[in-house]
Design a binder for this molecule. Sequence first.
Ligand code: HEM
Length: 449
Amino acid sequence: MACTLPPGPPLPALAQASLIWWDPVRFVRACHQRYGDRFTVRIPRIGTLVYLADPDDIRSVIRGDPAVFHAGEAAEPLHQVVGRQSLLTLDDGKHRRSRGMMLPAFHGEAVRRQIAEMAAVTADEVAQWPVGESFPVYPRMQRLTLEIILRTVIGVRKESRLAELRSALPPLLEIGSPLELIPPPRMLLRFGPWRRRAQRRAAALALLTDEITRCRADSRLAQRTDALAMLVRSVDGTGAPMTNEELLDQLITLLLAGHDTTATALSWAFERLTRHPTLLSRTAQAAADGEDAWLEAVCKESLRVRPVVFEFGRKLTAPVHLAGHRIPAGTILTPSINLVHHASRHYPDPDEFRPQRFLDHRPDPALWLPFGGGVRRCLGATFAQVEMRTVLREVLRRLELSPTTAPDEPARPHHVTMVPRQGAMLTVHRRLDAATIRASLHDNQRTQV
Ligand code: HEM
């Protein structure tokens, strides 16, 4: 059978790329309306993408043979930011080896040990929020999630060191224009955004390398609970540890994949809650009572209705059969998280924010996929969800937020994520007094992971 691709817009590749960068939500939704659950889009220097919105197709992608469905190759443009040995850009045996070495640091038990630190960082952050004036919460969430990663993933404790990293890392993680992710012709590497990225990278890498050296030499290495210490201690099937170069690429990966994504997810949760006063007070009550199941449902529904990452990719190393097509090798199959999450046949009134959908209900992994799926599912999915619940709980225990009648904030693309256009404007109505907070405080360690 000859290879065939699903239909797609008959525009030149450059025009398709411009439309997708200009307004990805609109372009992908328009294609979906016109061509249905599978359609083909072409982007110069990235390739041919087949978007998928049918859960059966998506199941066959996430359960497919990882040797054929290459996520690392699909993420190739990211290697300029995260390095050649990043978990994100590896495939096959190298990916299995690194993922196996990294998993224990992100398992439930390891994440549970970080809850108290997450809560303490949140308490410090919210103490600085103004009362009675409107402010965008997204930059505050970026600061907060970076601080949590610095302390719980890299294990930094010293204030002077934290200050250095706080200023050096954000520029490293700021990809800027999507154009920067397109592999440039070699001669361009000395100019423009690519040259600036090389300089930013060098300064931040020096600091991170130093953290790795200090961690290896730390006399308390065996007792440390941060992810870096666990990575330094881990060995592969042959007993070999990660090299410094590998550790460095994985640290950048964890910073990049774990910081802005969670900040965005939290910002959307606040944006949604403040537009639903009844749900806001229900959630504040759940925070005060330590009712984790409700907080979990709020986070899950927020990630459904406002997914942070809109799609994920698998580049085919061999042709595959999918819904009557024989898709050629080299194509990037692209399950669309956003389209699946907004299909009314899976979620009645899909644009409505209804945490009740997820109360005591385990979602089908092909219908709820904010963290992707299969052997490449987000390594930090548990960490991110625990962090979201902890931050929500600590914010709502300390502050009374004002509901708003402002229109919903539209999503705007911000490198690999979709963020609230106005930064999720928030107003704190009043600060709750210490006695009220103490009365509602439950032991953080009791929170379920
Ligand atoms: C709400 C926050 C987050 C969202 C929405 C998110 C989403 C995703 C998605 C969609 C993928 C691709 C999965 C696939 O291809 O199937 C991914 C991969 C990944 N994420 Fe996350 N992520 C979040 C937080 C985090 C955190 C906190 C960390 C670590 C600290 C992290 C580390 C990673 C890593 C290392 C990968 C690559 C996994 C692999 O290729 O094996 N993420 N994430």
